[in-house]
Write a protein that binds this ligand. Sequence first.
Ligand code: FAD
Length: 360
Amino acid sequence: ARTAGPVEVVILGAGVIGLTIARTLLSSSPNAYKIKIVARDMPEDLDSQGFASPWAGANWSPIRSFIERTRKWERETFEKMWELIPQGLAMVLPTRVFFTTNEDLTQLWYKDLVREFRVLDPSEVPSGLKGGIAFKTFSVNPELYLPWLQSELLAHGVEFIRRRVHSLSEAAALAGPNGVLVNATGLGARSLIGVEDTDVYPIRGQTIIVHAPGVKEFVSFPLDAGKTGEATYIIPRPSPPGEVLLGGTFQPDNWDTSLDVDTARGILERCGMLAPQLKDKETRVLRHNVGLRPARKGGPRVEAAWTDVPLKSELLHESGTNVHGRVLLAHAYGFGAAGYQNSWGAAHEVADLIASKLNE
Ligand code: FAD
């Protein structure tokens, strides 16, 4: 049985998902949890290709028709992040999205959620495409957003421990018997011993950050991932002023984190056709980026269950004997191209699952 006092929680992973889960646990039940975030890559490691979160666009724009569960997460995240606009953490983003398939664009599930939604007139749609929509959504800059989340957590007493963990039982030992362990390791879930989820795979994304103050709108062409792995999109960011992300690629199962110069040329060329303002002489290339989106066949894994694991740790058991213990193990990984836009809704579901399982 659990002893009185706050429940020990270890969150493995300090990407946008782990951080948002920590923030949500704290606000859903103040004083109920004592949280440690254990991770190899920390929010300040904004140039680490060891995790996905620094490399995101990051805007809110549904990519495909998702199942009801992810729609709920996206809906909740939209509402939460829209509230961050006055703080400068997110910015209103006028958006145009084009489609290659014939679908009833008047019935898209998010038409009443985003602001000022309208279906584009055929005269506004480039030839060869089947239709388009315009609406207002938001973008965030991970380089500001991740440190902001971290500062919120530090202010609430969350402890950050930099450590590469090899196995689920090593992480469970840090939580202790009857504690909570949240696995928010992104691509790490593929190799973490005890999880070893072979459905997890990378989707390589190469992008370019430019200074282009004339570009004010998000424009996205349909993904052509099946054929060439190319995706064309332009995401202005809240700050620094004039910063814009140009994308990109969408290359499943490609683990290569090195820069491909031909790909970069192609991105500049395709984005230049979409946004002629990029040809302004003020435009400067600031950085080339490559990040791996942590995807999972079948979609994100979000679930929680009491689990028996060997609690293996020199710290807990100096004799070195392994003991079995029960931890409440929650998984939250596999968000692929949509980790930011799912984050608050998915974190809410994880927090609800944890609260209800603790009461079992
Ligand atoms: P990660 O950010 O990968 O974090 C994983 C964490 O687990 C890290 O702290 C890591 O160190 C830790 N970890 C893993 N294994 C271990 C271990 N064994 N021991 C200790 N720690 C471990 N999403 C959007 O919503 N909108 C966008 O516009 C968008 N654009 C994107 C563009 C690009 C180019 C890319 C690459 C991604 C984009 N994404 C976007 C996707 C988004 O970045 C990811 O879905 C999200 O960052 C995933 O977050 P995460 O916390 O699950 O994983």
